[in-house]
Write a protein that binds this ligand. Structure first.
Ligand SMILES: [Zn+2]
Length: 352
């Protein structure tokens, strides 16, 4: 199955960024899915969706509660999820879409927290869902305001907009800490050829917004070029740069991702397991890739994310996503887990 990851990534590429008071680093953020994945989600009707959610809750509560109490007073942070509503009068869908296009029909912040909180996740970074709302970030703006302290946000903007600079300042004031960027944004193949994209990367550190690329591995060299031009800009790469999205984890792709570790403001989201490798629990085939990223970036620059609601499509579920980091990797210490499950995302998306 493919994911939200691919729709834009197969044709393009992208990454993320953020800011950190502690380290002075700045970075970015983003999101992802593809057509095939959308089809899968659409094939998962609401009854199945809710059933899988209930199963995930039931199997994960005990361990997470213990871990949270023993090791993490503030709880975990999920660095990547989407939300939407069927209130399309207040939040119109892009194009000719109707409520029938929403699969599931709703995935509200209440539904998200009902899954996340019982397993110790109490804060989430919400990623703008362009499929339904394009660059209208209003539902995320309202959600962040409605749940003070619970959500951060990654927005989507038009790089060619005349009022781009003012928009970035406004988004930061509304609680956003990153911008989702994809190949093709700015109207050209390479970001380095887009005046708007260059402006976003330049202003990111000033405004406090990370660049969050949603890309396939083929686009990593372009991310590298942008990082060379804007080394102060925080970048948060979505979903391992989708390495393994075709089922094969190629070392050449991983080498290109690892090379980005030489830029101290680049982070990687360890996320969207449903779309990578074997694309089903227990996700252990991803561990060797995580090991290489751990060695290159350190746990201080890795962050866990689910990519809900897509991670909830059976046989995948929320618990198995969290459990890969929390339970299934022997080389991670409790302190490492604290960074990957909370502190890295906190420094980028819940600071300044
Ligand atoms: Zn996503």
């Amino acid at each position: 199955m493919l994911i939200e990851l691919e729709q834009h990534a197969l044709k393009n590429h992208g990454s993320l960024a953020r800011n950190s008071k502690e380290t002075g680093r700045k970075m970015n953020s983003g999101r992802d899915v593809d057509t095939e994945r959308e089809k899968r989600v659409r094939n998962c009707d609401r009854r199945t969706f809710l059933k899988s959610t209930s199963l995930a809750l039931g199997t994960s509560f005990g361990f997470s509660k213990i871990f949270a109490e023993d090791n993490m007073k503030s709880g975990f942070i999920d660095c990547h999820s989407h939300v939407w509503t069927d209130d399309i009068e207040s939040y119109p869908l892009q194009g000719t879409q109707t409520v029938a296009d929403l699969q599931p029909r709703t995935f509200t912040p209440e539904e998200l927290l009902a899954i996340a909180e019982p397993v110790g996740v109490d804060r989430v970074v919400l990623i703008q869902h362009t499929i339904y709302h394009d660059k209208d970030n209003s539902y995320l703006i309202d959600t962040i305001e409605r749940f003070p302290g619970r959500f951060s946000g990654v927005a989507c903007v038009e790089p060619r907009a005349e009022n781009l600079s003012d928009s970035l300042v406004s988004l930061h004031a509304s609680g956003f800490r990153g911008l989702r960027i994809r190949p093709g944004d700015g109207g050209v193949k390479l970001w380095s050829d887009s005046d708007g994209m260059n402006a976003m990367w330049r202003q990111g550190p000033e405004v406090g917004l990370a660049m969050c690329p949603l890309i396939n591995p083929e686009y990593l060299p372009e991310v590298d070029r942008m990082c060379q031009s804007f080394p102060e800009t925080t970048v948060v790469i979505d979903h391992f740069a989708r390495i393994g999205i075709d089922g094969t984890i190629r070392q050449s792709d991983l080498d290109n991702l690892v090379r980005l570790a030489r830029f101290p403001n680049v982070f990687v989201k360890v996320s969207a397991y449903y779309a990578l490798g074997e694309k089903q629990p227990p996700h252990r085939e991803l561990i060797p890739m995580i090991r290489q990223l751990y060695d290159a970036f350190s746990p201080q620059r890795l962050m866990w994310g689910s990519d809900c609601p897509y991670q909830l499509t059976p046989p995948n579920n929320y618990n198995d996503s969290l459990a890969l980091i929390k339970d299934r990797i022997d080389f991670l210490s409790d302190d490492d887990k604290d960074w990957i499950l909370r502190k890295s995302a906190e420094s980028v998306f819940f600071s300044n």
